[in-house]
Ligand binder design. Sequence first.
Ligand code: ADP
Ligand code: MG
Length: 577
Amino acid sequence: MPIQILADDVVARIAAGEAVERPASAVKELIENAIDAGATSVHIETSGGGRRLLRVSDNGSGIRREEIELAFKRHATSKLRSAEELEALNTLGFRGEALSSLAAVSKATVVTRHRDEAMGLRFASGAGINRCQPIGAPAGTVVAVENLFYNTPARLKFLKNDATEKRHIHWVVARYAMAYPGIAFVLVQDGRERFHSSGSGQLADVVAKAFGLREYNCMVAVEGQERAGNGRVAIGIRGFTSNLTLSRARRDRIILFVNGRAIQDSSLTHAVIQAYDGLLKERSFPLAVLLITTPPDFVDVNVHPTKAEIRFRDSQQVFLAVQRAVREAILKKADGETVDDLWSASGFTDQYIQYKPLPPPWQRESGTALVDEQGLQYAPDLAEPSARPRTLPILRVVGQVGAAYIVAEGPAGLYLVDQNAAHERVIYQQFTEDHAQGRISSQVQAETQTVLLSPEDAQLLESVGDQLAALGIEIELFGPNAFACRSLPEAAAGLQLDELLTRMLEQLRGAEPQLENVIKALAGAVAVRSGQIMTPDEMRSLITRLERCPNPLSSPSGRRVLIHLSSEQLADQFRIR
Ligand code: ADP
Ligand code: MG
């Protein structure tokens, strides 16, 4: 093919792919426009995960009649005139790309009335045709984006299911609501209100709404300032960060804003995590929302297509400032307490004691209930689980080490089995088989348990409601973000509902809501923890079941289940060299 200049509409679609990756990034751009326009109220409505419709309404300045057509042109912006002004930006937008990009990949309509004008107008853009007509409208702007990516099939294919896109949109709104507590945000998805903030100006109110009240109650305020050599405030930090009783298995709830702009910065995220050094369990991460401010010329915001990354003039200084402010906040909370108190408050040392009242689920199936020396009810079940083929040799349980590993002996040597990973595998196998054979049996709970979730978790839970029901977990909506559970599968009977759901949702975040993933999450939630002392009968029962799992060597989440030391390896270790 000879070299040729691309047609404008092709260029527009390519450029659109950079600024608008998915429905949530369109929402981000439109929210940023509303904020730049001085809105105090922003209403976001979506349907079909944002693909069918995205509508963002604001009560900001509105767009002047003579400027509306221009607003949809590429690189048309009211926010920047010269390259020098990039150093002193006080708006979120500056490239003039969002509206033109959206119009290139959707049917976009704007209804707007500038606050100085008497009459509003409606402007429709799409497929190269623009139509403009006068219309009565309140001051402000409504941008509607329909059929996003209809003409870029590759982009459309890349999108996840509706539930995932909805979750992304939800977090874009929640993030901006936290960064702008003085602006009232409302998010309605598929006709249901999913989030709202009052615009009271109180960050704490919005954090409680965004993360959930229970999470907010486990957070402490962060407040910090660093001055530059000339005494000028170089970095301001305020926000909230989790105390030591609250953590997540992923780092994606560390939310950072710089000068009102949502950013991803792995180094600053790491600064937050480092502030917890030694205080959180391994592979646990804090939750945090930090609003960082610096003079505009201390950062370069023009380094990333979606403006999600920025560059600091002195990144080391910002790193240290964030780390210090967060560390101080966690330690100040514990003012007067010793480090030991802190550790036990974190649940790190005695988490297993808290968990202990729960009998191991695989022992709750049948047989005679026994009371062991810890006063726990056990029902040993030594029967072979099924006539599945054997995948491990017959193992003889020797004992338990570190309340975490089962030591077993087999014809080919010594086996160390991770009890938690093994149990996850066994439960996963059982649920998968029982479901395939229509054998899931759930137990109606003596008492209906209720649980209040954060809006985000509530949405996630609803998105897997059918799969949970198929696994014997019947959950009903009970109030806004509140759920009642009437029945649980036998393997989870006796667990506290909020504990079960919190553990499951933690693992389901970011995963596709397929049955397989829900079973994995369920197995992860009910499996015996490391740190729990097991009786010989319990260990034997677990090993017997593991011996007949199709994949006994790894847990469903991919962790190693056992270490095998062959007789030769053992002999070799003892041989005189
Ligand atoms: P940018 O935000 O980078 O300037 P956009 O394509 O997002 O580029 O918007 C182009 C222009 O349209 C903006 O500079 C602004 O003047 C106007 N505009 C867009 N959205 C709004 C809005 N919600 N309220 C008022 N003006 C808007
Ligand atoms: Mg913009």
